[in-house]
Ligand binder design. Structure first.
Ligand SMILES: NC(=O)C1=CN([C@@H]2O[C@H](COP(=O)(O)OP(=O)(O)OC[C@H]3O[C@@H](n4cnc5c(N)ncnc54)[C@H](OP(=O)(O)O)[C@@H]3O)[C@@H](O)[C@H]2O)[C@@H](O)CC1
Ligand SMILES: Nc1ncnc2c1ncn2[C@@H]1O[C@H](COP(=O)(O)OP(=O)(O)O)[C@@H](O)[C@H]1O
Length: 478
């Protein structure tokens, strides 16, 4: 599992390594890692490093130091390196190293000598020491670089984002790539800051052994999903594999019921039950002859396209005392059904608009602070929350947070959330803890979208999800 840590934890972990010495070793690791990534990207873009023109935009702190040492490394290998200091003082040893390697100062008053000159710019104004926002000089510098079409590689983090929340309340740098050190930060994984990072490269500087085990946020990877998927053994039958129930769709939205069942059908449970509107039931049975009616289940998916019937469907599902995935039209009923101490095992699966309604917030504010709002809903309702988006979040009442990094924008298609709700419920029915099922469902759903590539519609997802699971299970034990 990949993870992100808070700035305070990164600093504490760095301190342990710094005390072990030798002086400058940690920055040397960071700078070399940075330089290697920059060199590789330049070589891929223009064939060779020698002769490439690299601009360093440098602030007062160690983030600037990383860039100056990296610049020296690049200059020694033939790149032309200039630095633009946004602060009166910059890292002394880094600057000396760059000057010794032939780097030159850029004249801030002469943009033709830097914005009109550079093939690539490094943003080393601030890293984890930065407060959100850009001072005017930095804002003007990056606007000028953008106007000249110069791609930016951020050092540790794009300057101006909030490292610990992933929020971007003010002006910030937009990078084509970010080279982050030691561990991910929340901002390199969680939107909207993650979108400002571009492609993220993680450079190992030896922090792994000194970082706390409790990460601020985790990322499920293929191996984690593969290891957790429940594969039936010889002694299993359909009931021991788990039965998933779907109460979704309505006369108004019949397709949501079909898509939710389709998602449930590829979640590795032994059987799918559908309970709902007669016409939807007939359509579900026509498409999925193996689906049966009411009876005992190990988990429910409720609410997708449920319309006015969503509340009754949710109450009926809760009465069974099994895990429940609460989607779409059922989400709002968390307001009164899930007061603290309710005791149900539930995951809410809203998109930003649905969470905004539940929390009486603005959709734009939920999109600007998704982790904050997901955590607020978890605290208020004592449920797991899966907040859908480009970077879907799963936050649990036990204090764990995960962000999903699979998927592509083609997933923003009507009904794709219905498929996800069914899938998560089915995974839970196989015996997985509901929060794990949520995180794994989001991963499989996103990975299936990557396999399809796009464009696709929601109905294409279930087959691709099955193929992704099949490939993962083939890997286990290899
Ligand atoms: N620790 C280590 O061993 C290692 C650390 N490493 C590297 O160090 C980085 C952390 O370095 P750091 O602690 O020096 O802070 P840093 O991010 O450079 O910024 C501090 C300066 O920024 C300024 N400033 C703040 N906000 C601002 C704003 N919005 N706009 C403009 N300026 C702003 C603030 O100035 P002030 O406000 O005080 O005037 C202060 O001077 C880390 O991200 C990684 O890259 C690696 O080498 C691995 C080893
Ligand atoms: N830009 C995007 N990148 C990746 N995934 C996305 C993006 N936009 C939406 N998604 C995903 O698509 C799905 C949409 O679900 P939802 O909004 O509930 O759709 P519906 O209600 O039509 O079923 C979610 O899983 C969400 O995470």
């Amino acid at each position: 599992m990949v993870s992100a840590h808070r700035v305070a934890d990164v600093r504490a972990a760095e301190d342990v390594l710094l005390r072990r010495g030798p002086d400058g070793a940690l920055m040397a690791r960071a700078a070399t890692g940075l330089a290697v990534v920059v060199a590789d990207r330049i070589t891929r873009a223009r064939g060779r490093l020698a002769g490439a023109r690299v601009l360093l935009v440098v602030g007062a702190g160690n983030n600037g130091g990383d860039a100056l040492f990296a610049g020296a490394w690049l200059a020694r290998r033939g790149a032309a390196v200039r630095w633009l200091a946004l602060s009166e003082h910059v890292h002394t040893d880094g600057l000396a190293a760059l000057q010794a390697a032939g780097g030159r100062a850029a004249d801030p008053e002469e943009p033709t000598g830097w914005a009109g000159w550079a093939d690539v710019a490094l943003d080393a104004v601030v890293g984890i020491g930065g407060r959100p926002g850009l001072r005017s000089e930095a804002a003007v510098t990056f606007a000028t670089l953008a106007a000249h079409g110069v791609p930016v590689i951020a050092v540790d983090l794009p300057s101006g984002v909030d490292p610990d929340t992933g929020e971007t309340p003010d002006l910030h740098v937009r990078a084509e790539a970010t080279v982050t050190f030691g561990t991910h930060k929340v901002a390199t994984l969680v939107d909207p800051a993650a979108r400002a990072c571009g492609e993220v490269h993680l450079v190992d500087i030896g922090l792994d052994e000194t970082l706390p085990e409790d990460a601020e946020i985790g990322v499920w990877e293929a191996a984690d999903v593969a290891a957790a998927l429940r594969v039936p053994s010889a002694g299993d039958h359909k009931y021991t594999r788990g039965v998933v129930g779907v109460r979704a769709g309505s006369a108004q939205y019949p397709g949501a019921g079909v898509l939710c069942v389709a998602g449930a059908a590829v979640g590795l449970a032994g059987m799918v039950r559908y309970v709902g509107d007669d016409a939807v039931t007939a359509e579900v049975r026509r498409r999925f002859p193996e689906v049966v009616g009411a009876g005992r289940v190990q988990a429910w998916a409720v609410g997708s396209g449920g319309g006015d019937g969503a509340r009754a469907a949710l109450q009926a599902a809760l009465a069974d005392g099994v895990p429940v995935v609460v989607d779409a039209d059922a989400v709002i009923h968390a307001r009164d059904l899930f007061a603290p101490g309710h005791g149900h095992d539930v995951v809410l699966t809203p998109h930003a608009g649905e969470l905004a309604v539940l929390l009486d917030a603005d959709r734009a504010d939920v999109e600007a602070r998704p982790l904050h709002h997901a955590r607020a809903a978890v605290a208020r309702h004592e449920v797991t929350v899966l907040l859908k988006g480009a970077r879907t979040l799963v936050v649990t009442p036990q204090g764990r947070s995960w962000v999903n990094t699979t998927g592509n924008p083609w997933l923003g298609t009507a009904g794709s959330g219905d498929v996800l709700a069914g899938l998560v419920a089915a995974l839970a029915a196989t015996g997985l803890p509901l929060p794990d099922a949520a995180a794994m469902g989001a991963w499989l759903h996103g990975r299936a979208a990557e396999e399809l590539g796009g464009p696709f519609t929601a109905g294409d997802l279930p087959h691709a999800i099955r193929e992704v699971s099949r490939a993962l299970m083939a890997r286990v034990g290899e």
